[in-house]
Design a protein around this ligand. Sequence first.
Ligand SMILES: C[S@@+](CC[C@H](N)C(=O)[O-])C[C@H]1O[C@@H](n2cnc3c(N)ncnc32)[C@H](O)[C@@H]1O
Length: 236
Amino acid sequence: MSLMDDILRKRASDRHAKLMDRVYRSQSGIYDLTRKYYLLGRDQLIEELNPPPRGRVLEIGCGTARNLVRAAKVWPDAEFYGFDISSEMLKVARKNLAQSGQKDRITLFHGDAENPALAMPREARTFDRIFLSFCLSMIPDWQGAIRQAVALLAPGGELHIVDFGQSEQLPAPFRSLLQRWLAVFHVEPRKHLHRFLTELDCEIGTSSEFVPQYRGYSWRFVIRPPGASRPIKEET
Ligand SMILES: C[S@@+](CC[C@H](N)C(=O)[O-])C[C@H]1O[C@@H](n2cnc3c(N)ncnc32)[C@H](O)[C@@H]1O
């Protein structure tokens, strides 16, 4: 990659960080209260993480750290890490952490999912579990972000994703209303996510499981590097 590519990537990353800060500046304080009604599937993802003892778990796009705090309580033997591109969200995350009783087990930092390694020391760039919760739908190069996340997995690791699906089994008027509402917040459900992961399986030998939830309102994926296999729960 040339120096010019690096400069352009850095500029795009700074622009996206500013956009996310604008989106969340006025909402970060009420985020957890409002999102609990429509970010569906987060707690199931946390229950199914099942990290190994003393495993390292990373949330990409951790927002207010709501998931990290919950996961730290569910999995008391693991170490947790989270990063976000929005400084506004990280401010709230740090406050939440201070009140959570889990501060010593969770490390937060600023970073971009499109280039996560930049934000981490070289010796700390592998994780047993990585998860993205309602974040891919906001990352411009979401395919690149998935590839980067897979590259950070330790042997036997797993990448868990939950995000908006296409609400494929819900009435059409609901679908179009939801899409328009989400667009206000720069959220774009990734229509081709399942297809992309199937192609990635063929290309690099990962194995991906797909579970649509809530009639397609949210989509759940577990991606494993070649070798490991563990089934996730059936549709709810
Ligand atoms: C809808 S919120 C979800 C927050 C949290 N994961 C949850 O489930 O409550 C999406 C988060 O992704 C973050 N985000 C968006 N693009 C990102 C990127 N390129 N790198 C890191 N974080 C990003 C946003 O700043 C925001 O905090």
